[in-house]
Design a binder for this molecule. Structure first.
Ligand SMILES: Nc1ncnc2c1ncn2[C@@H]1O[C@H](COP(=O)(O)OP(=O)(O)O)[C@@H](O)[C@H]1O
Ligand SMILES: Nc1ccn([C@H]2C[C@H](O)[C@@H](COP(=O)(O)OP(=O)(O)O)O2)c(=O)n1
Length: 672
């Protein structure tokens, strides 16, 4: 996951390949609650691991459910419809973050389970309405107090006995604000189904496909709800949750929308065409799978099997769409970005529910689409987006409003024909449903040019420290090119090869086939951790010697180029800016006085427990500078277009700030 303040997506040129998506959020949290209410043990496969499911799991654990990993799956031992006596009547506070899929069904279930609870969340959660659900439950005899604004969480729930509940008459719940209220009642009321329980929906029920998921999963847990149209639901007398033993969670169809759109928008890469999505097919129980119909209407070519989808670009530009998107409220946000690539204005209607999601999504989409340069009209329940001509695209910093879907759908703007980058602010909000969204996108997308920052300079000037930190702050990959020469030097020494011209071909052959791995800051050579072995000054000298051999440098070129992957690279060394990445957008030549450098290296080695003296270090360092600068190939020297930074008197933080500022200066974004 990217935990950076922002993530810059360079202009993307194409995409092709296969993605596996995380489990559906809606299915995951429903299955978790059902498994928790059921008696017996349920093994859940392919469960989504995200903020929302973690919130739900935390709550279930606090309620006394057994939760243990079973390989990559999870085993839940349910409560059998009753709270453990150990909970007694003490107040149990439950913090539910911004997870609507936990807040709503838990409110209903806890009101019927008995016990004292306090349910709260982040400030946004306290602005998301829950009054209609609370009204339905209080009408029934449940005791729930508002602790803040009436109609909104936080809530205090008091115990009631089932005998006191008015279950004889139909329970009326509004269905026109959020279908989650009805889902919450359907999931929870079997707890009290001594007799038939009837639920009547008031108003036109929205997001019906989510109710279908609820009914489908209830059936998997042994509860067959009778449905009359979409107005009346009956939970039969004697209903009891029974665990299906094992259950698989489908991949998330809403998450699939970004990759379906990707297939419709992107041209192929390296002879490959189309995007294959595994884990969900057209026969999915999730309502958002109907997104494929909308994508097809816009021109996508879609093939599907039992648990997979394949999407290719068909019509281009995409065809404008006029759609009642009430049945796919979440996935429809993706259509709003696809509309930028259409042949006319697109209209998404009947989407008032967008206004009460993680953020006011109609406003959010309108604001951010406008930042890209688009003309957008929005109303209480619609949004109309005009396509964006090539000349009008702007490099925008997209605000994401702590809304995962805003972040994910705007990544598709990086395919703009104008070749402008897109900055996604607070990209970690995708953790809500798809923590590795951007990594998954980068695994199939290709940029015409992946940005590179080069930091070259003499030994111990602080290149590694600076480069690694800049890479971390930008979410970029990091190449410590010196480590490749250091490992080559070590491999040559172990093979008994002196680093001289006579052994050049043999050492180059070693370098070309290094069984290297970089994991968690460690350097592994044929599986052996050599991180410390390559950091001694002697290893630095060996590296300097092998690095003067032209064939060795040649042999390591490809490996270095392979580090240039999305979303970007920071590379440090001697010839990053002059030879390896001559087209880099920013080149820094980092220096410091020899005395400061010797002192820094001295401290660094001592702190690693490697003993050395300042004098020997200084003379080694000067010898190395001389060799690195005077060799015939790729000598240490600033690139013509490098910016010079002498950090003799600068702190590490100051150097980092300077380079980040330079980087901002070469970006087209106005200040974020
Ligand atoms: N600007 C700086 N001021 C003081 N010490 C620094 C600075 N930059 C780096 N250092 C320290 O100097 C040592 C050498 O830095 P390193 O990044 O390993 O250099 P290089 O990669 O250029 O050989 C490290 O211990 C680091 O913490
Ligand atoms: N891009 C590079 C990186 C390193 N080298 C050579 C020259 C250096 O003396 C050695 C070791 O490099 P490294 O960057 O690890 O050395 P320092 O940490 O700066 O002491 O490798 C090179 O020739 N080209």
């Amino acid at each position: 996951m990217f935990s950076t303040a922002f993530l810059d997506l360079p202009p993307l040129a194409g995409a092709a390949g296969t993605v596996r998506l995380p489990g559906s959020k809606s299915i995951s949290n429903r299955v978790l609650l059902l498994a928790a209410l059921a008696s017996g043990t349920t093994t859940i496969h392919d469960l989504l691991d995200s903020d929302d499911t973690r919130v739900m799991l935390g709550a279930l654990r606090a309620l006394g459910c057994g939760i243990e990993p079973a390989g990559s799956s999870l085993r839940i031992t349910g409560l059998g419809g009753q709270l453990p006596p150990s909970l007694g009547t003490t107040l149990l506070p439950l913090f539910l973050g911004n997870a609507g899929t936990a807040m709503r069904p838990l409110t209903a279930a806890l009101s019927l389970l008995g016990g004292e609870f306090e349910l709260s969340g982040v400030p946004r959660m306290h602005e998301r309405p829950i009054g209609d659900l609370v009204d339905a439950l209080t009408q029934l005899g449940c005791r729930i107090d508002y602790l803040g604004n009436p109609g909104y969480p936080p809530l205090r729930i008091h115990p009631v006995s089932h005998d006191e509940l008015a279950l004889g008459a139909p329970i009326r719940v509004r269905g026109d604000v959020s279908s989650q209220f009805l889902t919450a009642l359907l999931l929870a009321l079997p707890l009290a189904a001594a007799n038939d329980i009837v639920i009547e929906v008031v108003g036109e029920l929205i997001s019906k496909p989510y109710i279908e998921i609820t009914l489908n999963l209830l059936a998997r847990f042994g509860i067959t709800v009778r449905r009359d149209g979409w107005e009346r639901f009956t939970i039969p007398a004697g209903s009891r949750y029974s665990s299906p033993g094992e259950i698989h969670v489908e991949a998330d169809a809403s998450s699939a929308s970004y990759f379906i759109a990707l297939g419709a928008i992107a041209t192929g890469v390296s002879g490959q065409d189309g995007i294959r999505i595994e884990g969900v097919g057209a026969a999915s129980i999730q309502g958002d799978i109907r997104f494929i119909d909308a994508a097809k209407q816009m021109g996508a070519l879609v093939d599907s099997g039992p648990n997979w989808l394949e999407i290719r670009r068909g019509a281009w530009p995409l065809k404008a769409i006029d759609l009642d998107a009430n049945h796919i409220p979440d996935a429809a946000m993706t259509l709003a970005v696809m509309a930028l690539y259409a042949d006319g204005p697109s209209l998404l209607r009947n989407i008032a529910s967008w206004r009460v999601k993680e953020t006011d999504r109609i406003d959010a989409m309108a604001n951010e689409l406008q930042k890209l340069g688009a003309t957008v009209e929005a109303g209480p329940d619609f949004i109309r987006i005009h396509p964006l001509p090539v000349a009008d695209w702007l490099p925008a910093s997209i605000r994401t409003y702590d809304d995962h879907r805003v972040a994910m759908c705007f990544s598709l703007a990086a395919f703009n024909p104008a070749g402008v980058p897109v900055r996604i602010l607070e990209p970690h909000c995708v953790a809500k449903t798809f923590p590795d969204y951007f990594e998954t996108l980068f695994s199939v997308a290709e940029a015409s040019e992946v940005p590179v920052i080069c930091i070259d300079g003499p030994t111990a000037s602080g290149k590694g420290t600076l480069a690694a930190e800049v890479a971390r702050l930008l979410g970029y990959h990091y190449l410590d090119s010196g480590s490749l020469y250091r490992v080559t030097g070590l491999a040559a020494r172990r093979a008994g090869l002196e680093a001289n011209a006579a052994n050049e071909a043999q050492i180059a052959a070693l370098a070309a086939a290094l069984p290297l791995q970089f994991t968690e800051g460690k350097v592994l050579l044929a599986g052996e951790d050599v991180s410390d072995d390559i950091r001694t000054e002697a290893a630095g000298m060996d590296a300097s010697r092998v690095s003067a051999l032209p064939a060795v440098r040649e042999a390591l070129q490809d490996l270095q180029h392979r580090f240039r992957r999305l979303p970007g690279l920071v590379a440090d060394g001697r010839d990053m800016g002059t030879v390896i990445f001559p087209d880099a957008a920013l080149k820094v030549f980092l220096t410091a006085g020899a005395a400061q450098r010797a002192e820094r290296r001295h401290k660094q080695l001592i702190s690693k427990g490697i003993s050395t003296t300042l004098d020997s270090l200084r003379s080694d360092l000067e010898a190395r500078d001389a060799r690195d600068s005077s060799r015939s190939v790729a000598p240490l020297k600033p690139a013509q277009d490098a910016r010079h930074l002498d950090n003799s008197q600068l702190s590490i933080e100051h150097s980092i700030d300077t380079v980040l500022n330079w980087w901002q200066q070469v970006q087209p974004f106005k200040s974020a």
